[in-house]
Design a protein. Structure first.
Lengths: 474, 337, 321
């Protein structure tokens, strides 16, 4: 036994939060043996006796008979005679009882709101009107809701709007469809429908006899693929139309089609996994302010993004397992970091490449990035500026996005998604509370080549670089 | 008047009603306990929370029936006994076990009278312990009264103090309709003055626990003493509120709520249930439907979050709406207009 | 004893681990740090371990409110479990479940269950999955004598026979259904009931690890071979109350003492293993000491474990919402 042994008011069963000390079987100064009866405790349900689980001298009794104390309260102290009185007193003074009470928390600031859990991730895009399902699908497909047009009432973005933007199988020509569908086990009317709608019946599950594809099956598949819509029911006569009218259909541009094909294939075929790391940028902001004020200021504005590009390049040199292409025959590694930067342009997205970014200073990166972004937006990029990247950085921080998950651009092995700066309260190094500014970096990685620990290591290196940014100036 | 716990007040009501009417029977798991045990005691438990203690020695095992752990069967037996002329008081140890026996509750007892052309009477009282606060985790802590309140044919009772507990249980046993009687497990030890002798509290009459001028606070079961704590604090600053204890969620005393709202213009509803389809949302809806002209500020609902009840102390303390959150909601509702 | 010394060591260690885990919780629980319900399994170790030693990683088990023993027998981490029981953020279920809801799906452990009788149909569902995979795996439900009276158990037995599912019904008769004796609550007897559905029953003394192991081995072999559901019926007793704090007024004062002195599963196993010359007393003492050290460490780290915050409460209600 420890030199000093506390006897606390016990918890007997679910309901007990306090008890009345009804009778002590020992007195201060007694020697009590292990297993002997010590004290009777009463609740409004039961009376029970506490047995001693050690032997020793009763040095103090702290709760008198008839008194009520909470579960965990110090009722008595046992210690052998070698322990001085002062030590017993010090033990009692320093004793912290367990809080086994049933009262709810008093911290209103941390109390949860009544809102359903899980609303947090969509708050960033709250300004856009969209159904919850549409928001989820948009996230899955890596689509920015603000770029979509809603067909729902008052322009609300629906599931179908998102699926349309995500790019679904294009319609076949009737002849092509007829050729493909000839061998499919389908009813004549279903085949006729599929051919006219340009639907490939291969793989469409049939619910008819012996798995035959019925007209209903074909229509369901066509509707799912956006090739056909059931005729709307005749609207009830009404003074005002019940929602927004369709004002026109904008066909996909070729860039949109390419993006749709690429992200769909990636999301379908690449086993994505996601790892997020909060990175403090207070030091980085301070450094940027210093640079701006410095007499020998660089002739170019260096953004937070430029520092992240530089940090990514350095981190990738240190973690070459993430600077890869994943192909059918294996993982291709590279001797330099060709870093892509996702740039939002009118009607889509381009990702020009910063060649050999690991060997470029942050000033050089800033300059080159500015040129690449300008060229991308002006559509004057050379074709080779869009080829052969080994890793991509995508940053939506400027839109106030907290964090997001990006879709990998195959054959690249990973992509990093940066949210915007968020202030959060933190414990100050010297005690007390301070604010810190954090950017959430979310890495999407291809699990065929990259494991969780590798992703985590990369993020940790990246964090260390950004949080001690002076090294990035070298 | 005697001061006693809610546990003893309920026990007193059961003793009195079993004495008064020999058609009253009690059944459930361990309502006496000890049958088949080696100690020879036949009142070894008296209910998991001690509410049915002493009934078996007094009234015998024909009227105080221990059952196996078979909740569907317990409720079904009560239904059949009621159709055959008895007045059963059945017990589910935890309200969560309504999940096991819900068919007998909402397809059977709730519908007999209506389906059978008004010919059936099902005077069942189904007692159950409910509520968070004791870290009994997700399957033993729920307040499920909103689910029961939405079923036509059931009456739903949620006492907040010993006197009401006695009066409402007496009324429940004498009532000819099926009554869901929900006892908050954190209130069993709550003490208060209880009238001696026969004491009845009618269904559908909310209690105006406090009168005030600035806002109307509606609360249920354990939320009532919490609201009182919040009001104690606000009254020191000169803010006074009507505090309404619903006592029964079905029938719902709309009149008392709307009358108070017409005087104060501000409404806070405190409900331990999850927020969606809760009594809080129901009463907020009532205010919107029938009290809109009186509302001077948006209705504030203080509820648990939309999550199951978590186990850890720290989490459960966040989960349960407490006096501080009630106080904050009252302050919020006073900010506008 | 046809098991190898390594197997016996493994089984003994697991049983000792359960015993020390539960004995320690019995000591820690009244101190008030552990919240809520705690139902202890001590006394029944031979059943959980005797069954689970016959399982491999493809198989499933589902447990009860008295679940610590099943979890440990199935290989759940005692440290992570202890953290869960103390309600810590890094517990096996992030402090959201506690003693009564420990689950580790990565180990085919489909959860301790707070609803008596709730687990059997769920385990049958897992058995259907086993059958569909066709890999000879099985699904085991643990059912107490009390739970055996729930309709869900009868429904699961019936459907298991109808579907010829590889389902192993383990009935653990510990003599008490909460505060009521099994002899009061059960009409007829468990064996005849189960056989009435056409399910073959292997009976075993639940205090005898080897008896349970062998019964389970033969029963599970039938189920693995696709010959339909089987049942193992084992009788033992729980050393503690229905829950911690239960005054146990329904029980004779010396009842548990007698079982501990005359029938205890660990005592019996020690005796037989030492008599057969497989291990010496000191070999087993060394195992015991290591287990106690492991439990000490688990309790110490659980007491200091991180407290969960609001974010843990709000997560995981849905995958996506």
């Amino acid at each position: 036994m420890a030199r000093i042994h506390p006897i606390t008011l016990p918890k007997w069963g679910l309901e007990m939060s306090e008890g009345t000390v009804s009778a002590w079987h020992v007195a201060e100064g007694d020697i009590a043996e292990r297993g002997s009866d010590l004290v009777d405790i009463e609740t409004d349900k039961i009376v029970n006796t506490v047995e001693l689980d050690v032997s020793g001298r009763i040095r103090r009794i702290l709760v008198a008979s008839g008194e009520i104390a909470p579960v965990g309260a110090l009722m008595a102290v046992l210690a052998d005679d070698s322990v001085p009185e002062a030590e017993v007193d010090a033990f009692i003074a320093g004793f912290t009882p367990v809080d086994a009470g049933f009262e709810p928390g008093s911290d209103t600031a941390s109390a949860p709101t009544a809102a359903p859990a899980g609303t947090a991730p969509v708050e960033a895009a709250e300004a856009v009107s969209a159904t919850p399902l549409a928001r989820r699908l948009a996230r899955d497909h890596g689509l920015d809701l603000s770029e979509l047009t809603g067909s729902g009432s008052r322009g609300r973005i629906t599931r179908d709007d998102v699926l349309a933007a995500a790019g679904r199988p294009a319609a076949l020509s009737p002849a092509e469809a007829a050729a493909r569908n000839a061998q499919v086990h389908a009813s004549p009317i279903a085949r006729k429908f599929a051919n006219s709608a340009g639907l490939d019946l291969t793989g469409v599950p049939g619910t008819g006899r012996k798995g035959r594809v019925s007209l209903g099956d074909a229509q369901a598949a066509a509707e799912r693929d956006g090739l056909w819509r059931p005729a709307p029911k005749a609207p009830r006569p009404s003074a005002t139309a019940p929602g927004a009218a369709v004002t026109g259909v904008q066909p996909f541009t070729s860039m949109r089609k390419a993006i749709a094909r690429s992200v769909s294939a990636s999301k379908r075929d690449v086993p994505h996994f996601y790892t997020a790391m909060p990175i403090r940028i207070d030091a980085l902001n301070a450094l940027r302010a210093d640079l701006k004020a410095a007499p020998a200021a660089p002739g170019v504005k260096i953004t937070v993004n430029d520092f992240f590009l530089r940090a990514c390049a350095v981190a990738l040199e240190r973690c070459p397992d993430l600077n890869v292409h994943v192909t059918e025959d294996g993982v291709r590694r590279f001797d330099q970091v060709d870093l892509c930067l996702a740039v939002s342009v009118d009607g889509g997205l381009l990702a020009p490449v910063l060649r050999d970014a690991g060997r470029k200073s942050v000033t050089a990166i800033a300059r080159e990035t500015a040129d690449l972004v300008a060229a991308a937006r002006a559509r004057t990029l050379a074709a080779e500026a869009l080829e052969g990247g080994t890793f991509t950085l995508s940053n939506l921080g400027m839109y106030g996005v907290a964090s997001f998950d990006a879709i990998i651009t195959p054959p690249q092995g990973a992509i990093l998604a940066l949210g915007g700066p968020q202030e959060r309260a933190a414990r100050a190094p010297g005690g007390g509370i301070c604010f810190e500014t954090v950017v959430m970096a979310t890495l999407s990685a291809d699990h065929r080549a990259i494991d969780g620990a590798m992703a985590a290591e990369f993020l940790a290196v990246l964090r260390d670089l950004v949080e001690t940014p002076i090294a990035l100036l070298n | 008047m005697a001061v006693m716990t809610m546990r003893d007040a309920l026990n007193d009501a059961l003793h009195r009603e079993m004495e008064r009417d020999e058609r009253v029977i009690v059944l459930g798991e361990d309502v006496s306990g000890g049958a088949g045990g080696t100690s020879g005691s036949r009142d070894a438990a008296g209910g998991i929370f001690g509410v049915t203690k002493g009934l078996l020695p007094r009234f015998g095992d024909k009227r105080v029936i221990d059952t196996a752990i078979s909740e569907s069967c317990i409720v079904g037996m009560a239904n059949g006994a009621a159709l055959a002329g008895l007045r059963p008081v059945a017990e589910l140890m935890f309200a969560d076990f309504v999940g096991v026996s819900f068919d007998q509750i909402f397809n059977q007892m709730a519908k007999f009278r209506y389906m059978f052309g008004g010919k059936a009477k099902t005077p069942v009282v189904l007692r159950m312990s409910m509520g968070a606060g004791m870290n009994a985790a997700a399957q033993h802590s729920q307040v499920i009264y909103p689910m029961l309140t939405m079923v036509p044919g059931l009456k739903v009772v949620t006492p907040s103090n010993p006197a009401d507990a006695k009066g409402l249980l007496t009324q429940a046993i004498r009532d000819d309709d099926p009554v869901m009687f929900l006892e908050h497990k954190a209130l069993y030890a709550r003490k208060g003055e209880v009238p001696d002798g026969d004491h009845l509290v009618p269904f559908g009459e909310a209690a105006l626990v406090r009168e005030g001028q600035d806002a109307t606070v509606v609360a249920i079961a354990r939320m009532v003493p919490f609201a009182e704590k919040a009001l104690d604090k606000l009254e020191a600053e000169g803010i006074t509120c009507d505090l309404i204890d619903l006592r029964t969620t079905s029938p719902l005393d709309e009149e008392t709520i709307l009358e108070s709202l017409s005087l104060t213009g501000r409404l806070v509803v405190v409900d331990e249930a999850n927020p969606m389809c809760s009594m809080a949302s129901e009463i907020a809806g009532l205010a919107a439907r029938k009290g809109f002209a009186h509302l001077r500020a948006p209705v504030q609902c203080v509820t648990a979050p939309h999550t199951p009840v978590p186990f850890a102390r720290e989490l459960e303390r966040l989960y349960v709406p407490g006096p501080d959150r009630i106080e904050a909601a009252i302050r919020d509702v006073l900010k506008e207009g | 004893m046809q098991q190898s010394p390594a197997q016996i060591r493994h089984a003994y260690t697991r049983m000792r681990l359960i015993r020390e885990f539960e004995e320690r919780l019995h000591v820690e629980n009244p101190k008030g740090e552990i919240a809520g319900f705690t139902h202890l399994y001590a006394g029944q170790e031979a059943i959980a371990v005797g069954i689970c030693e016959n399982l491999d990683e493809r198989d499933y088990i589902i447990s009860t409110h008295r679940g610590h023993g099943h979890c440990l027998a199935r290989g759940c981490d005692p440290r992570d479990m202890m953290h869960e029981i103390y309600g810590r953020a890094d517990g096996l279920c992030k402090g959201r479940g506690g003693s009564m809801h420990i689950a580790d799906l990565s180990k085919g452990m489909l959860g301790a269950n707070g609803i008596v009788g709730g687990g059997q149909p769920i385990a049958l569902g897992a058995a259907i999955a086993c059958a569909l995979r066709g890999d000879g795996s099985v699904s085991v439900s643990f059912t107490g004598d009390g739970a055996s009276n729930q309709g869900t158990v009868f429904e699961a037995m019936n459907m298991a026979v109808v579907l010829k599912a590889p389902k192993v019904f383990v009935f653990e008769d510990n003599g008490y259904s909460e505060h009521t004796g099994a002899s009061y609550g059960i009409g007829g007897d468990l064996k005849t009931r189960t056989e009435g559905f056409g399910i073959p029953v292997w009976e075993a003394d639940g205090f005898d690890y080897f008896a349970v192991y062998e019964a389970a081995r033969d029963a599970i072999a039938e189920a693995r071979a696709g010959r339909g559901p089987v049942a193992v019926l084992a009788t033992a007793t729980r050393y503690f109350g229905h829950f911690e704090g239960d005054p146990q007024n329904y029980r004779a004062k010396d009842e548990v003492k007698r079982f501990r002195e005359e029938k205890d599963c660990l005592m019996q196993m020690r005796r037989r293993v030492v008599e057969a010359g497989i291990f010496s007393e000191s070999d087993l003492d060394a195992i015991d000491a290591a287990v106690i050290e492991q439990i000490d460490a688990a309790v110490a780290s659980a007491r200091e474990g991180p407290r969960p915050g609001p974010e843990i409460m709000l997560q995981d209600v849905y995958l996506d919402y």
